[in-house]
Every structure is written in C-alpha cells, then in structure tokens.
Design a protein around this ligand. Sequence first.
Ligand code: UDP
Length: 404
Amino acid sequence: MRIDMVSEHASPLAALGGVDAGGQNVHVAELANGLARRGHQVVVHTRRDSTELPATVQAAPGVTVEHVPAGPPRPIPKDELLPYMAEFGDHLSVRWGLQQPDVVHAHFWMSGVAARRGLTGIDVPVLQTFHALGRVKRRHQGAKDPSPPQRERIEAELARTADLVVATCSDEVSELTELGVPEERTAVVPCGIDLTKFVPAGPSTARTDRPRILSIGRLVERKGVDTVITALAGVPDAELVIAGGPERSTWDSDPEIARLRSVAERAGVADRVDFRGQVTHADAPALYRSADVVVSAPWYEPFGTVPLEAMACGVVPVVTAVGGHLDTVIDGETGLLVPPRDSHALASRLRALLARPRWRCELGSTGAEHVRARYGWDRLVRETESVYRRALDHSEPLPVAGSR
Ligand code: UDP
C-alpha cells in the first residue's frame, strides 16, 4: 500500500519532551517505520517549522517525511496552527493530485482538517487518530484550555465522517460513541513500545542511595507533576527526578518550571527534587532502570506511553486511574492506580511500594511480560495494517456535503 500520514505538528523527526513533542511523534515514527518494514511505502506530511528543513527527508527505507509549507517556517504552538491548515490542505491536494495514496491516516484533529481539504474530489479512505479529544481536554482544563473554540465541533464532524476512527484506548471509544460514532466505525490500536530498547536489563543512569521516584514527560500543568512533588513530602528520604520540559537555558523565565519550583519550596522538598530537563528518547531506558518507581499523575491521559515504558524496563508505574492508563496498567498486578489530583493517596502508595522490594520485583516482572505480550510495535503495526485493509474493503464514496 501507499500510505500517507498527516501529522501537522508532530514530526516523526522531532526531539521528544518539548511542550508539543511527545507520544504522538513516537507513535507516528514507529508506525511509519514498521509499515515500511512490512513492504509499504509511507509518506509522512508534517509542517515545515524551520527554514533549515529540506522539503523531503528519507527518514528510513520506505519512509519519506515531507515538510509542508503552511504558515511561517518557525515553531508555532499547536493551538495556533488552525489558520494554516487550509494552506496545508491545499499543498496535500496538489501532492495527491500527482500521486494518489491508497489510504490516508490523519493524526490529531487538525491533520484531519488538512487531510479532508487535500482529499476534496479524491476517493481515498481516510482514517483518523485523535491522540487527544478536545471535549475531554475542555472538561478537565476548562477556561485554561488553549485549544481553538471550533475544536470540539470540528472534531465531532471528523469523527462522524471518517471511514474509521482508530482510537488508542477503550475510554476514547466511549467518548466517540457519545459523539455519535457507530462502534463498528471505530477500532482500538494502542500505542506501542520499542521492545528492543525498553528492556529490564541494560545500562542504568547513575543514582544516589536514596529511593528514586522518576517522573518523565512534558512539563505541562495537566500532567500533574505538582501532585507528585507535593506527594514527595509524604515519602521520607526519597528523591524525585523530573525529566522533560523546555530547554535548560530558558528555565529561569519558564512559568511552568517556576510554578513547580515554588510547589517544591512550599512542600519543603526542594532539596529532594532534581529537574533534569529533556532527555533523549535513546537515554530514557537507562533513566527508567535507575528508578525504583515511576510516577505519572495526569488529570486525564489520552493514552500514556510512560507507564508502558516503565513496565517494559521492569519498573513499577504508579499512575492515575484515567484514560489509557485504565487499559494499560492492571492495578495490583502490573502497577498501581491512584485517583488524580490526590497527593495523599499517591504518597501512601509510594510509601507502600518503596517499603516492599519483593512486591516491587513481582509487579515489575509481571509488567514487563505484559508489555512484551501486548505492546510491541510489530504487533501494533500488523493491527494497524488490518485496520487499513478493513477501511479499504468497506470504503464508500465520501458524501458531498459536510466537512469531507
Ligand atoms: N520523553 C522523552 N524525553 C523527555 C520527556 C519525554 O523521551 O525528556 C518521551 C517519553 O519517554 C515518552 C513520550 O516522550 O515516550 C511521552 O509520551 P506520553 O504518551 O507519556 O505523553 P504525551 O507527551 O504524548 O502526552
């Protein structure tokens, strides 16, 4: 198949850990590479956000990344990209007029907007993966949600009119059903883990004698890192390593770093919190292995790759019982679930785990087996491929009206 993916803000070539670079980048890169290994031709269309970027990059055998001119060629927060999606879509339309793909897979809602515009008059099945749903974001972030006001309406339209919506967890399917998407037009394919790199044995980042709690991910408010810092006050002696966040040179002016630092001061744990900044994805396994426990405490989580990476490295995740975590972490078997925004509950689970090394070991090895059996990219790439075939088998001409 010739598979064209659209991933407007999340380039498979971008560094991870910045405000807008996280699981979606990894997901798109791994899917593209895995599909190409199975003999498909994959093109990923992503916005050109630097003048340095060439129009086309051969990212791997069978995978081309095309940098689409849409808006100024500089980094722009993803919530400000909607006005450029028409230009993005027009570029796709020209591109697809010359060479028609067999399927189009849009990642994130705005990619759906660009893909639909690009496919005007072209009959190709379109699959949509949202990665996050605006209605869930709005529910949790309220007025603090910087998404454009049209997001929820457009998302609902995209969901109802896609040939298939590829959700990443069952919680998302419930949300889609509420939006009026028939369940037979949905499929669940979780995100995967690179099981060659995220393994229990291997090098480990240097550490102190203190029990180590690791938090890794983007430093944005909804990730609940403040809850983890507050919980540390209830876990005597432990240190908290926080990886992720903006460039170190900007820390003194970064509002989220300032907020988290002051949370640590107020909780009296500043001397036990170690901000590491962004680590490369290649260095992440060694950092996971250096930890006794990994914490991820978001208010909501469309999928959540971090608990799976922790489990794959044999480290127990303690995570909030939200979104994708409900599918990936089996409470008391592969990790522990805690309520969101509850630093007391989190501290109590952390204390219990840190006090019982044998229990940690048992959970850690069950978690590692669970991830190996279910979340390898090879398996998920095959599942994605069969979802594409399902869309090709059932594709009907697009309705003339509406956003398609
Ligand atoms: N990550 C990383 N370096 C960092 C911070 C995060 O490599 O400094 C990676 C992390 O290992 C994981 C991804 O970024 O693979 C975060 O994915 P997740 O689904 O947990 O959260 P998202 O960022 O998509 O909301």
